[in-house]
Design a protein around this ligand. Structure first.
Ligand SMILES: Nc1ncnc2c1ncn2[C@@H]1O[C@H](COP(=O)(O)OP(=O)(O)OP(=O)(O)O)[C@@H](O)[C@H]1O
Ligand SMILES: [Mg+2]
Length: 197
């Protein structure tokens, strides 16, 4: 269907029992939704209800037990650079500085160093960490680390952004607590990602 970026169709996921656990876990049952170009969708629900599992399947990290996900009309069967993922645990490289963390993606994609540095500079400014580019993650606050994790994904300019509770420490509004967890999915806004409605 025209304009549909992500189509989640009849998704079921049961995790098989491991050697030590007594039974399997049904994490998803008959999940259906569509996300169109420019839309932002938030998944809200209590801990353990399956939000991360949905994101992992869209990202291509896990396969569903039944059903499928189409991204731009193509069935997802592996991860791809069209889908940027901001994880629940931000997982910065501790041995790399802020700048080195952010240019990792552009370098992996084969961009020239000068272009990678210019892009990284733009996103370091965007997250308000100018002056901290040569700091290591352990020299930053939790919120600053989370913003680096966000910039590290945005700098790759993915078509789709999959965010697993990205505002927990980085950009939350201290006056507002929804009291539940969220996973967010959306198309990357083109110009001002952090301030797009
Ligand atoms: N790799 C796995 N192996 C077995 N069970 C799993 C695995 N990953 C998730 N589960 C189970 O699937 C269910 C959904 O987990 P999921 O991580 O998707 O929840 P969530 O909604 O993201 O929770 P939270 O808000 O705590 O992050 C849980 O019961 C969890 O125990
Ligand atoms: Mg989760």
């Amino acid at each position: 269907m025209a304009g549909v970026k992500i189509h989640v169709k009849d998704l079921w996921k049961t995790f098989e029992p491991s050697e030590k656990s007594s039974g399997g876990t049904e994490a998803l049952r008959e999940i259906n939704f569509e996300i169109r170009e420019g839309e932002i969708l938030c998944l809200l629900g209590p801990s353990g209800c399956g939000k991360t599992t949905v994101l992992n399947i869209i990202a291509g990290f896990q396969m569903p037990s039944q059903g499928e996900v189409l991204v731009n009309g193509r069935r997802v069967d592996k991860p791809g650079p069209d889908r940027g993922v901001i994880f629940q645990e931000h997982g910065l490289f501790p041995w790399r500085t802020v700048l080195q963390n952010i240019i990792f993606g552009p370098q992996m994609m084969g961009k020239q160093l000068a272009e990678s540095l210019a892009l990284a500079d733009q996103y370091i400014n965007l997250i308000g960490l100018s002056g901290f580019q040569n700091h290591y993650p352990h020299e930053l606050s939790g919120g600053m680390q989370q913003r680096v994790a966000i910039a590290r994904v945005l700098v790759n300019q993915p078509d789709i952004l999959l965010m697993d509770e990205p505002w927990e420490t980085g950009c939350s509004d201290p006056g507002h607590d929804a009291g539940s967890s969220s996973g967010c999915l959306g198309k990357t806004p083109p110009h001002d990602p952090l301030h797009h409605p």
